[in-house]
Write a protein that binds this ligand. Sequence first.
Ligand code: SAJ
Length: 421
Amino acid sequence: MSAAPVVESPFETVCVIGLGYIGLPTAAFMASKGINVIGVDVNERYVEQINAGQVPFFEPDFESMLAGVVAQGRLRAQTTTPHSDAYIVAVPTPFTDDHDVDIKYIRAAAEGIAPQLQGGELIVLESTSPPGTTERMAQFILDVRPDLTLDEGKSNSVYFAHCPERVLPGRIVVEMAENDRVIGGIGEKAAELARALYATFCNGELLLTTATTAEMAKLTENSFRDVNIAFANELSIICDKLAIDVWELIELANHHPRVNILQPGPGVGGHCIAVDPWFIVSSCPEESRLIRTAREVNDSKPEIVIQKVLEKADRFKAPKIAMLGIAFKPDIDDLRESPSLNIVERIAGELQDASILVAEPNVEELPEKLTRFENLKQMPALEAIEEADIVVLLVDHAPFKQIDRSLLAEKIVIDTKGVWR
Ligand code: SAJ
């Protein structure tokens, strides 16, 4: 790894606020190009781990990069926001019960940045946000710092941009460098400054636009995927009724040169695709009919799986049920908004007399949501299958695909990902 910048950075120091799945790799990539990066997170345990060169979550091939930049002194983490030439805000944007965005973490980040500004700084919002949020963040800061201005080129100018992250968990190290990026500025100079910063570590195209269009672009990308997964999930519900194998059906239909249907499953999870479309719906509720329906179709899938399991379990007095996978998608340890986790929790709660045998190769300790059940324990997949009357496959993790089909011969199998066909 070279300490010299490949592309000259316009900023000597960059502060990244929020050291999660996006903020930490972004910080490490910039540090690997020779920029001094200070990471800020409210979680003290994260800060300690990062300063020891350890990644606090699982992401393939990332550990050595982080350890390298920390050892070189290019990246350090702390819990308070320092002065810096540029800031990248990568905090969560959860939604409220009525599906509106909750921007409390963005507001907290802005409150930390505001007193540090001297004029000339760039502040980039990376968190996925409804149209208008970058402007709101700028307004928070200007409200407490009326001495600063958005007018370009003055000694007290501050520059705001939105650059939504697009990396796929599990492929972050590749996609952080390779993906094209949409960069939306509040004003042209802000967009240009942000482009110069991202050019230090992004090899993809850097596409400039307004902050609001960039916000909407991110929501559009994830809504596109959600709508397409909803199509696959709706087909799976129809096929169940018509006794057609949906996996075969999709494989056949995808032979058409202009058809490319995605895969059905137990629902859509993660912190992005299951969340972001709601930001469009809450911005324009009357107009977002298709986007809302897709969310509803995908959100209905876990209940369909739960009903199937309950129906099969009804045949036994004290059923043993192996449930394979609780992550939100294959080969990661991320449990956020995971439909599989919710399915396991519901089944454990509903079937007090059942033994629930959970196998999740990517998670050492089950979350509290599950450990509170006395009728539930974690065990390796093969042992769980051997003990079980009913085997429910919830995530298509690589090791589950390798399982010898003969071990399933005497079992009732509910395969929500079609891997054992
Ligand atoms: N899923 C299906 N069927 C499929 C594909 C996915 O049921 O055919 C499910 C997965 O199991 C999972 C959910 O959808 O529960 C989402 O998984 P994903 O792999 O589609 O996406 P994420 O949430 O890991 O990452 C997405 C990506 N966005 C797009 O592909 C448009 C990523 O590029 C974004 O950076 C990320 O959201 C984000 O942070 O917004």
